[in-house]
Design a protein around this ligand. Structure first.
Ligand SMILES: [Zn+2]
Ligand SMILES: [Zn+2]
Length: 210
């Protein structure tokens, strides 16, 4: 029998489970029992089983609150299920929670602490980025988690500046410097910083390599 034959039609949108007949019983149960798994932060997950019990799995610590876990060093089915779903990319990994990216708006697994930005949109210190308004290539000194309408520069918020019209006011502020203006320096902290709403900037790595 192939695993296709015992995959219910309702599960057709999910990736196929392994052939559970080849797994040990504990691993097989982790795949086949109905369980609702939800990330609750701090690397922990709430797992509700079909029987109505709810347990907390701490994935980084390898612990579960169920009576089965730790028994003769066995990993329980809840812990296995969480590990399986994280590995498949169906469940947020430790340190991340599902949410809407503040820049692109797509639902992604976002960092629990730090800017609500997906990996594609996130800027790191030292990234070369292009100002969409002026075309200037600037360098990220710091990506913050503070929205543009709460960051004040000379008594106006970043969001209130005309040059930032059209960029979402709740965009996290990115502080950038202009190291390509004279005199050249590589010390980002020695340069004046300018605050931009995140989506006014785009990655510009390609333009730096000539
Ligand atoms: Zn458990
Ligand atoms: Zn994004």
């Amino acid at each position: 029998m192939t695993h296709l034959e015992h995959t219910p039609a309702s599960a057709s949108k999910r990736r196929l489970a392994p052939d559970t007949s080849r797994l040990d019983p504990r691993s097989a149960r982790a795949w086949t029992e109905p369980m609702a798994v939800e990330p609750i932060g701090g690397g922990c997950y709430a797992v509700a089983s079909a029987s109505g019990s709810e347990y907390h799995v701490d994935l980084p610590a390898g612990r579960c609150t169920c009576p089965d876990n730790g028994y003769r060093d066995a990993r329980c089915k809840h812990l296995r299920r969480v590990a399986v779903e994280v590995t498949r990319g169906d469940l947020a990994p430790p340190g991340r929670l599902p949410g809407d990216c503040a820049a692109c708006g797509h639902e992604r697994f976002l960092p629990e602490d730090g800017p609500s930005l997906c990996n594609d949109c996130r800027f790191e210190r030292g990234d070369a980025v292009r100002d969409r308004e002026t075309g200037d290539v600037v360098v990220v000194a710091r990506a913050t988690d503070t929205p543009a309408d709460e960051w004040t520069v000379e008594e106006r918020t970043v969001a209130a500046y005309e040059s930032n019209d059209g960029y979402p006011a709740d965009n996290p502020v990115v502080e950038v410097v202009y190291p390509f203006s004279e005199p050249r320096t590589v010390d980002l902290d020695a340069l004046d910083r300018y605050a931009f709403p995140h989506s006014r900037l785009e990655k510009a790595n390609a333009q730096l390599v000539e």
